[in-house]
Design a protein around this ligand. Sequence first.
Ligand SMILES: [Zn+2]
Length: 157
Amino acid sequence: MVLPPVPLSLPPPKIAKDAAKASKRIHQENFQPIVPQTLTQLLGFPNMEVTHFYIEEQEGSQYLHLVCDHQQDVALCPRCQQAATSGYDHKTRSVRHLDVFGMRTIIHFEKRRFDCEVCGTPFSELLSWIEPKRRQTRAYEQQIYERVKKRPANKWP
Ligand SMILES: [Zn+2]
């Protein structure tokens, strides 16, 4: 008895073909030089700057750690919409983000709490790229959601 060949999970051929044509499609002047702000631009979190990185080897996997710093010392109070400048407290958080170059990526940042001088209530700063109290970024959650959506129901998990 001959067993049917095991299907290889290769990416669709269109992707590799598109990559091969990229040098003709993209004009030379569109390529930008790498500068200190490049990682910050590629990450694309508003008002966050990537300041440090570290590649960690753990049990045969590579982890890319990116340390981000806030570019502004103010945050909008969610109650009265006034800018608050005085810090209440902060703690360092580490959350999962999309893989970069095949490395599992962890974002380190300060979760800040502010004291609103106008309404007098402390509040946690809201960030557009992560929901409050989550352990992963919105982009990472979106990727997981897309994968689950594409998977046929009878092949779970
Ligand atoms: Zn307020």
